[in-house]
Design a protein around this ligand. Structure first.
Ligand SMILES: Nc1ncnc2c1ncn2[C@@H]1O[C@H](COP(=O)(O)OP(=O)(O)OP(=O)(O)O)[C@@H](O)[C@H]1O
Ligand SMILES: [Mg+2]
Length: 377
């Protein structure tokens, strides 16, 4: 039984909004839908099958076999008449149906005679189109064919739903990533603000020791700011490329160093999480600052090398200089100095082993940590 045609359901604003929310209209053919119409035609033994979406002025075919066109005006649409009819609508001879008998698709020589369509219904109950089969002679579908057509129509809707929720998720993810970048941007700005405040305070302080302490603190904060800067500049939210990040951190320290010091960097590109990148950068900051402070008599020539390389499952950070080395009897692990305490605490955060080699000349610090992220080039 067809519903009486008091108003044209094709014009319903809510229905059209529901249809457009799938963003499927005028998209290219896709095998997922092509395969469903091919199967419908085969099971129903019909020469024509269509995934037909009904807009207010046209019917547009996401997939079809046996028609060779992608759309027609709505006034010759057969499917538009079944938009209020849930499930299967079957018309055994279109010439006997008063709504279809004048339709040029039906009256033409070799015109359409048989129609069976299953409504494509959204979860909110809007009919947005049909999965239908057509034939050029009057006939019927068996119960099994009807049931298969219904199943295939559900599959069409499942595909449409899947694409829509995927698109919504991608959009949400993009918004989250934007937000995260914004937070990182602000964090970096706030850290720079703190550094600015420290610099101001530095001008008021005349005690040498206090000045050094304030400068060290501001350098440590700058290392953290650098990671947040990298984080909003990369596309991969939440991780940084250790090579670019450490180069930036070292460049910051270098700016304060004597020009005669040469820096050698050999860092395997790898993406590190924030939890690893920040303590690692602070560690590099402590070790490189120490090398600059203590290794060479100032001003003098010298060299500091920083390498990060994978070794088995771990990453190995090496910071080495060729300077005067630790004074005899100095045990970095037993030292009460702040720098060594910070180094030990950062290594604990990294779950890392570290060892100082008093190499005569120079000091080498080797730290092995696990980086649960992939290498990228
Ligand atoms: N690369 C190095 N070459 C020679 N001596 C070093 C080197 N690194 C550290 N030292 C020695 O180890 C001591 C302890 O270093 P640490 O970083 O703990 O303290 P600091 O640099 O004096 O103070 P802070 O780091 O708190 O500013 C230094 O005072 C220095 O004598
Ligand atoms: Mg130090």
């Amino acid at each position: 039984m067809l519903m009486p045609n008091h108003y044209d359901p094709a014009d319903s604003v809510e229905r059209l909004a529901a249809l457009r929310s799938y963003e499927i209209l005028d998209t290219p053919r896709e095998s997922e839908f092509d395969e469903l119409v091919e199967l419908a035609a085969e099971i129903c033994e019909a020469p024509i099958s269509v995934v037909n979406l009904i807009e207010d002025h046209r019917q547009w075919f996401k997939a079809e076999v046996g028609l060779g066109i992608r759309e027609t005006p709505l006034d010759i649409s057969i499917c538009r008449h079944v938009l209020l009819q849930p499930g299967i609508t079957m018309i055994s001879d279109l010439r006997d149906d008063p709504r279809m008998c004048a339709n040029p698709l039906v009256t033409a020589d070799e015109g359409l005679r048989f129609y069976a369509g299953c409504l494509l219904e959204t979860p909110d109950g809007h009919g947005i189109g049909t999965l239908c089969v057509l034939d050029r002679s009057p006939r019927l579908l068996t119960l099994r064919q009807q049931s298969a057509l219904k199943t295939l129509a559900h599959q069409v809707m499942a595909q449409l739903e899947l694409r829509r929720s995927l698109r919504q998720k991608t959009l949400l993810l993009e918004q989250k990533e934007m937000l995260l970048k914004e937070v990182n941007h602000r964090t970096k700005n706030n850290l720079q603000l703190i550094v600015g405040l420290i610099q101001l305070q530095l001008r008021q302080v005349h005690d040498k020791e206090a000045q050094t302490a304030l400068m060290d603190t501001s350098r440590r904060i700058m290392s953290i700011a650098a990671v947040h800067e990298r984080l909003y500049q990369t596309d991969e939210v939440g991780t940084v490329n250790v090579a670019t990040y450490l180069s930036q951190v070292v460049a910051g320290i270098r700016a304060t160093a004597s020009h005669e010091i040469t820096f050698e960097l050999d860092i395997t590109p790898a993406r590190l999480s924030l939890d690893t990148a920040i303590p690692l950068a602070l560690l590099v900051n402590e070790l490189v600052t120490n090398a600059l402070k203590y290794a060479y008599a100032s001003p003098s020539f010298g060299q500091v090398s920083i390498t990060v390389k994978p070794e088995n499952e771990l990453m190995v950070l090496t910071v080495a200089d060729k300077g005067k080395g630790f004074s005899s009897g100095f045990n970095p692990r037993k030292s009460k100095s702040l720098g060594m305490k910070i180094i030990a605490s950062l290594c604990r955060q990294l779950n890392a082993d570290f060892v100082f080699v008093n190499n005569q000349p120079g000091v080498i610090c080797i730290t092995k940590f696990s980086a649960a992220t992939h290498l990228s080039h």
